[in-house]
Design a protein around this ligand. Structure first.
Ligand SMILES: [Zn+2]
Length: 354
């Protein structure tokens, strides 16, 4: 049988496609599907989907796919599954990037990653064998498993929370508002391919375990990792994140400030605007959340819905993840006032950044 060596990024894409995380997409997209998704965020079968899901192959390796029924997938020197190729095609990457990312220049990290993929794309069905290739395997679950747990918990409403950060008091404010409103909260860090200077998976897991064990109503929280890759496609990726969480059984999904953005390419609430346009069509309720910030007058972490001073710049202190990262990087721990001491202490000695 023909075989091909795949990257970790590709392995994760195959895995999630196979286990149903990307429903209604069930196979790697063909050219028509990619173009339709790029142009209109709609699959040819009229279902909404915001991002292309593709399998890329280099010029050198494409001969392994020509007139083959099945191609074996090799990752970490092991056969991890196989792909049944349908079409082999070339994608107009510039056109697709312009539509999907809103930008076509490779100073945008998401666009650059897309341009760095192989020259050829292959559509078709994939199968992945039992996975053993993932770190923190005990925190990685299939959509079916999570749906089953939600059912056992008898949660009628479950809200999904996406993150790539360690939790600060701003996140905590959001979590607690969500616990007021919904039966269950899924805290679901995305730990597939990310970017340099993102938090390590270990730091995210340790900090969240500390917060959940010591402070949260554990029975109302489900914490697991989502091993899919970041695409840095801003508003469209926010919708993608919502669809993935719907597949894991969430009834609601939270979109905050600059969701899935990179540098300053997208406006803080662009994803809210896109969600407003299409959230009726994707069968999951999108909860749009602004802020939070620390208000000097109220002397607490709050947001626009809870405090009247949000227009007064002198009263508002932004809780900046970027600033927290910088302080941690410089081991300037006294500067991390928006991190709980217990959370900070739990990760101080770890390697914190990718
Ligand atoms: Zn206030």
């Amino acid at each position: 049988m023909a075989s091909i060596v795949i990257s970790k990024k590709q392995y994760l894409e195959c895995l999630h496609l196979y286990q149903g995380s990307f429903n209604p997409v069930k196979e790697f997209m063909n050219q028509e599907e990619i173009n339709s998704v790029a142009k209109k965020m709609i699959l040819p079968n009229k279902k909404i989907f915001p991002l292309p899901i593709f399998f890329d192959v280099s010029k050198k390796n494409i001969k392994n796919f020509e007139s083959k029924d099945t191609v074996s997938l090799i990752f970490n020197k092991k056969e991890v599954g196989f792909l049944k190729p349908k079409d082999i095609f070339i994608c107009n990457k510039k056109e697709v990037a312009k539509k999907v990312y809103g930008f076509a220049e490779n100073n945008h990290l998401g666009v650059k990653k897309f341009y760095d993929t192989g020259e050829f794309f292959v559509s078709g069905k994939v199968k992945i064998f039992k996975k053993k290739e993932i770190d923190f395997l005990n925190l990685d679950h299939t959509p079916n498993k999570i749906k089953k747990i939600i059912k056992q918990n008898k949660w009628k409403t479950t809200i999904g929370f996406q993150t790539r950060n360690i939790p600060h008091l701003g996140h905590e404010f959001i979590h607690r508002r969500m616990l007021d409103k919904y039966d269950g909260l899924i805290i679901n860090p995305l730990v597939g391919e990310r970017k340099k200077n993102d938090f390590t998976t270990r730091a995210i897991v340790k900090s969240y375990k500390t917060l959940i064990n010591k402070f949260y109503p554990e029975k109302r929280i489900l914490f697991f990792l989502l091993t899919t890759n970041m695409r840095f496609a801003g508003p469209r990726e926010a919708i993608f994140h919502a669809i993935v969480r719907k597949n894991f059984g969430c009834t609601h999904f939270l979109i905050g400030r600059d969701h899935a953005g990179v540098d300053n390419f997208y406006g803080d609430y662009d994803a809210h605007k896109l969600a407003k346009k299409i959230d009726k069509k994707i069968n999951i309720n999108i909860v749009k959340f602004k802020g939070p910030f620390f208000c000097k007058k109220c002397k607490m972490v709050t947001n626009e819905d809870n405090c009247s001073h949000f227009r007064d710049k002198k009263s508002v202190i932004e809780i900046s993840g970027t600033k927290i990262r910088k302080s941690l990087k410089n081991k300037n721990f006294d500067n991390c006032r928006f991190l709980r001491k217990e959370v900070l202490n739990s990760i101080k000695k770890l390697k914190l950044f990718i």
